[in-house]
Structure formats: C-alpha cells, structure tokens
Ligand binder design. Structure first.
Ligand code: UDX
Ligand code: ADP
Length: 467
C-alpha cells in the first residue's frame, strides 16, 4: 500500500518537525498538520519562517522548502482527518495533575478526544499512528474507542515512537539511529506496518527500520528514555561525591566513558535533566510497574527522579551557601532558562526549580535566555504556584541582554549550555558585578581557569567549590 496523504494531529515539538521532514523527503505525499491552537497554526504559517513556534536548528529551512508544496498547517481537524489515509496522533500527554495517578500517570484526555474525533469523522479505513509518548497499552484504548464509536470502518493502530531529541530534531529525523514501528501481528496489521515502513524507507536504510508488536514498541520508548535519564542521574550522584573528595567528575566521566561497553554519551554532570520526556516517561514506568504490584521495579526507577530533584535542590543550596548563607535581597543572574541548548522549550527545565528555590529565599533573580520569551518564563513560574503572578513579576526580571542581566549581581548561574555563553567578554561581566563575584556553572561548560584568572570564584558541578 502506498500512502498518498498524511494528517498529523498536534503541531508541537514532535508533530511539527517530524511532519516537516516527512514532507521534505516525500514530496508526493500530502502532509497536513492540524492543531486546535489557532495562534500556533498561524505561527507555523507565518510568511517569515523564522517566526515558526518551535525553534530547532535547520527547521525553518525545511519548512520553507515544503510548506505550500505538500506541507500544510491548518486548524480544520475534521477535514484533515477525512482526507488522510494515515493519521499521526502527536498531542501532548502530560503527567496527570489531578485524581487517580496524580503526579505519575499520563493524562490521556487529549488522546481520547482525538480517537473519538477520528471515529466520528472517518468515512473510510484509516491507519492511526501513535506518535506521542504513551503508556504501554494505550493502543488498546485507542482501538477500543475506534471500534465502538466508529462508523464501522477498519482502523489499524501503529505505535511509532519518536526518538528525536530537541535541539537536534532535524538532524535526528534525517538520519535516525533507528525507526521503530509496532503493529498487530495480523495480516491487516502487517500491511499497515508495511505502509509506514515504505514512508520512512524513502530516506532511512531498511536495516534501521525495526518492526515489533505494539506493546514492545510502546515499552521501548519509555525505557529508552529511562535508561538515558538513569545515566544522567548516575553521573550526577557521583558529582556530589566528587565535590567532597578530590575527584573531578569530568575526569571520572571521561575515564568511565572510554570503556566501550559504557560509552561516552549522556555522562555529563549537570544541574539536572529536564525536558518533556524523561521525567514523564519514568513516572509512567513507575506507575505501570506499581499497578502490576511490582514495587521493587517501581522503586528502582523512581530513584532516578529522586536523584534528579535532589540535584536541582543541591545546586540552589550551593549558591546560597557560597553567598554567606543568605541570598535575601541579592541579585542572582541566570544565563539560560531552556531545558537544554538550541531549543525554546522550557518544560521541566532545571532553571524553573532553581529560580523557585532562590525566590523562596527572597533573592532577586534576573534571567537572560537567547530563545525563550519573557511570557514563557513567567508562565513556568506561575504554574508552580509558589507565589502570585504579581509577586513573580516583582522578584524575577527578564532581561534581553546578557551583559545587562549580570550588572550589579552577586552571582551568575549558568542553567543552560548555550554555546554563546562561552564567547562573552567575561572580564566586562566581572567588572560590572559586586565583589566577590561568583559563577555557578550548572552545565560545566565554562573555562573555569580563565574565569578564576579574571577573579571570579567558580563553582561547577562535581568539583570542589572555590572558597
Ligand atoms: C529525550 C531523548 O533523548 C529522545 O530520544 C526522546 O525522543 C525524547 O527525550 P530531549 O528531552 O529532547 O530528548 O533531550 P535530551 O538531549 O535527551 O536531554 C534531556 C535532559 O538531560 C536535558 O535537560 C539535558 O541537558 C540533560 N542531560 C543530557 C544532562 O544533564 N547530561 C547529559 O549528559 C545529557
Ligand atoms: P509535544 O512535545 O509532544 O509535541 P506539544 O505540547 O509541543 O507536545 O504539542 C502538542 C500539541 O497538540 C499542542 O499544540 C496542542 O494544542 C495540540 N493538541 C492537543 N489536543 C489536541 C486535539 N484534540 N486536537 C488537535 N490538537 C491538539
């Protein structure tokens, strides 16, 4: 079966870049991305491609090439569903904030709404593809809804989890390590799998396209993220030990990473991992394990989250301790708010929690991030609910100039590993700060020796503090 039209419900960080790359690579397939959020769709359609709502290196070029040719962004969800042979569901599945499973289970409200909408609108057979990260066995929920509320059409459900990392999404989509496609092992299911394999096979070598049953595919997505996050928590747990001994976590990381069985990636100690996936997926794994009564399994994975929360808190405590145990009334400048470099996404960013902790200690925080908007920063803080929006506006300032943000500060904290931070005139920054001037490098990206030569007291993750 050769697919000619695709629709994707959800024009976010996953749906947008994924569909843009499919459209680029398959000019003969019509790809329509739909979303309920009108402002978001308007931004995707902005004549000035630098204004698209997701910042990813290389993405605006891909959108410029395909948009209007075979890539379309629209709010008309029904029409897009009706016209497509294959429908990707790429809506958000945040951790539940209420009721049963609160704080752990994924909220499938939006997924269910999509399924009901597809069932209502579809006038022909469709292949429905789960693209969002979902708890294991969501496909069976989807199937159930489609079967019982549909107009007697035949729906095949595939799981095709996304492995792109933000900041490198276009690169990851163009040359993925693997594409994973799970489906029913029936004649119809295998046909549907084959249809999707043929889409990716236009640019991905066949041996990198793995096909499995639906459950293996769903579980692989959760556990790939859990394994990655576990590496970060493992190295972060050692960072504290290093700070108390004379070991240097960067040296330890290099030494263990050169063992080819361990490998060098994802061993960078930091203020803690963020992003929309790691925490959510692990919590999901924990929730599923517990629901099967597997408490040891649940506890094992939960510790990865506990370690990460601890690391964020430890970083703010490090700032407070080194500023003579009080930050009340002191200005602390943040460089970076995004959860990692090269993205404007801030979901679960460590910066939010560090800022919250410092604001609770009556500090004045000023923030500069190259891509995150002022409005987003306040939304993130207000969402935590520790203070009123007015109080947040009063004690946290967003500044759009990196030199201005550091002026008059007691300390600069590096929260995101943006490359540009390393290229600043740090002598100029030092001259305009209160003394002693501190740098707290939450990402271990700075040249600590050069900073010390200027006169800064430097505190990185996993090495002893300057005193
Ligand atoms: C992750 C997975 O990598 C991706 O495959 C999946 O599809 C979605 O989730 P993402 O959340 O975009 O991608 O970013 P990732 O690069 O994995 O980083 C997650 C967090 O871990 C970031 O906050 C990052 O700064 C942090 N991190 C990563 C470290 O602190 N140290 C490291 O060594 C690596
Ligand atoms: P992700 O990182 O998973 O892509 P985002 O939050 O960036 O998550 O994007 C998800 C998008 O899905 C949002 O733009 C949201 O408006 C959209 N969405 C959620 N539910 C629906 C729905 N029922 N129909 C259409 N779009 C939806």
């Amino acid at each position: 079966m050769k697919i000619q039209s695709i629709c994707c419900i959800g024009a976010g960080y996953v749906g947008g870049p994924t569909m843009a790359v499919i459209a680029k690579k398959c000019p003969d397939i019509k790809v329509t991305v739909v979303d309920l959020n009108e402002a978001r769709i308007a931004a995707w359609n902005d004549e000035d491609v630098s204004k698209i709502p997701v910042y990813e290196p290389g993405l605006s070029e891909v959108v410029a090439e395909a948009r209007g040719r075979n890539l379309f962004f629209s709010t008309d969800v029904d029409k897009a569903i009706d016209e497509a042979e294959m429908i990707f569901i790429s809506v958000n599945t945040p951790t539940k904030t209420y009721g049963e499973g609160k704080g752990q289970a994924a909220d499938l409200k939006w997924i269910e709404l999509c399924a009901r909408q597809i069932a209502r609108v579809a006038k022909g057979d469709k292949i429905v593809v789960e693209k969002s990260t979902l708890p294991v066995r969501t496909a069976s929920t989807l199937k159930d809804i489609l079967k019982h509320t549909g107009n007697g059409m035949n729906f095949q459900i595939l799981s095709n989890p996304e492995f792109l990392a933000e900041g490198t999404a276009v690169e990851d989509l163009m040359a993925p390590d693997r594409v994973l496609i799970g489906g029913d092992q029936t004649e119809e299911g295998l046909k549907a799998i084959d249809a999707l394999v043929n889409v990716y096979a236009r640019w991905v070598p066949r041996e990198r396209i793995l096909t499995t049953n639906v459950w293996s595919s769903e579980l692989s997505k959760l556990t790939a993220n859990a394994f990655l996050a576990q590496r970060v928590s493992s190295i972060n747990s050692l960072s504290e030990l290093c700070e108390h001994t004379e070991a240097d976590v960067n040296e330890v990381s290099r030494a263990i990473g050169t063992d080819s069985r361990i490998g060098p990636k994802f061993l960078k100690a930091s203020v803690g991992f963020g992003g929309s996936c790691f925490q959510k997926d692990i919590l999901n794994l924990v929730y599923i394990s517990r629901s099967y009564g597997l408490n040891e399994v649940a506890d094992y994975w939960e510790q990865v989250i506990i370690m990460n929360d601890y690391q964020k808190k430890r970083f703010s405590k490090k700032i407070i301790k080194n500023l003579y145990n009080t930050v009340s009334g002191k200005k602390i400048a943040f460089l970076g708010w995004a959860f990692k470099k090269d993205t404007n996404d801030t979901r679960e960013s460590a910066a939010i929690y560090v800022a919250d902790h410092l604001l609770n200690e009556q500090s004045n925080v000023s923030v500069y991030d190259p891509k995150v908007t002022e409005q987003q920063i306040y939304t993130d803080l207000d969402y935590l609910g520790s203070r009123t929006p007015e109080e947040n506006k009063e004690s946290l300032k967003v500044v759009n100039d990196p030199y201005e943000v550091c002026k008059g500060a007691h300390a600069v904290a590096v929260l995101t590993e943006w490359d540009e931070f390393k290229t600043y005139d740090w002598q100029k920054i030092y001259d305009n700060m209160l003394k002693p001037a501190h740098v707290f490098d939450g990402r271990n990206i700075m040249d600590t020796k050069a900073l010390r030569d200027i006169g800064f007291k430097v505190h990185a993750i996993g090495t002893a503090d300057d005193n």
